[in-house]
Design a binder for this molecule. Structure first.
Ligand code: SF4
Ligand code: SF4
Length: 304
């Protein structure tokens, strides 16, 4: 028993040290810490001592990267990029994997979701469908225009962000957003201690602060590294496409399309177009649906 315990402590220390030097995007939780049952599937990791060690996959979890971009650089954004999202309503079955991933990776309070999935039905004779919504990252964002302290801003790549270090919690932006996408942080988020201790970054929107406003940020830390936002990667049905309008390309990780052809061929549209906000999120209508409309699938996490 003593041997078993010391081996476990050694593994935990080795792996955490390995991750501390920044070679992975995984963190390790021991059975004692997280009450996790072993899966039986082993993965190999390299410790800082150069040893190959094997760890049960169940004890690995995505970890938050320490951000190295200054808030000043985060405000500028990425030159030459013009980010865009396409959401295919024909593929959504309300599994809410997007919401789970977003909440986990941003430390969002339960019930304060940045991504919402709502049942929609245009008229009594038309079919219901599920509609995920994010921040629309408007090109003419009313939220930015009303912020009295320049805490919310639009970057050169089109992403609209919030700097919680500046935000005074007046909630003018919440009132101005026609998409009701912003949430007010009434309480401290419950974050792992190592995440809560991070210096705040408006590129990761982490850690969220009490008395400020939060919202979907298009995961700019991921896009800076050429990776997809967490909602895109987490959706098993390929609902979310993300890409660059300058390259005319969007992908859900498995399929890639020319953005212009996709929205033209499938009659893409934007929400509340008449307001002139020019959203960067396009929707493909729920025709030729992949799944029937069903309620409650979000509670059956094993289905995908
Ligand atoms: S959807 Fe709302 S919060 Fe997002 S950019 Fe547009 S107005 Fe601002
Ligand atoms: S709540 Fe914060 S981000 Fe929103 S308008 Fe007020 S200061 Fe700006």
């Amino acid at each position: 028993m003593e041997n078993e315990k010391s081996r476990r402590e050694f593994l935990t220390a080795s792996i955490l040290t390995t991750l501390a030097v920044g070679c992975g995007k995984a963190n390790v939780f021991t059975p004692e810490n997280d009450n996790v049952k072993p899966s039986g599937e082993k993965v190999k990791l390299l410790s800082v001592d150069g040893d190959i060690i094997e760890v049960d996959k169940a004890f690995l979890k995505p970890a938050y990267d320490e951000n190295t971009i200054s808030n000043a650089a985060a405000r500028v954004g990425i030159a030459g990029k013009s980010f865009v999202m396409v959401i295919d309503l024909a593929r959504c079955k309300n599994l809410k994997k997007c919401q789970d991933a977003c909440n986990h990776m941003h430390g969002v309070h339960p019930g304060q979701n940045w991504i919402k999935v709502a049942p929609m039905q245009e008229t009594e004779h038309t079919a219901p469908y599920w509609q995920p919504t994010t921040c629309m990252h408007c090109d003419e964002p009313p939220c930015v225009k009303v912020c009295p302290v320049d805490a919310t801003f639009k970057r050169q790549d089109g992403i609209v962000l919030i700097d919680s270090d500046r935000c005074i919690g007046c909630r003018f932006c919440m009132a101005a957003c026609p998409y009701s996408t912003r949430v007010f942080n009434w309480e401290d988020p419950k974050l792992p201690a190592e995440v809560a201790a991070h210096t705040y970054s408006c590129e990761t929107s982490m850690p969220q602060k009490t008395g400020t406003v939060g919202k979907c940020d298009f995961c700019p830390d991921m896009t800076r590294n050429g990776e997809l936002p967490h909602c895109v990667s987490a959706c098993p049905n390929g609902v979310f496409f993300f890409g660059d309008m300058n390259e005319d390309s969007v992908t859900n990780g498995a399929e890639t399309f020319r953005f212009s052809e996709l929205v033209k061929d499938k009659a893409g549209y934007r929400l509340m177009e008449d307001l002139g906000t020019k959203p960067r999120v396009y929707y493909l209508p729920p025709v030729n649906r992949n799944f029937p409309f069903e309620v409650g699938l979000e509670n059956e996490k094993q289905k995908s």
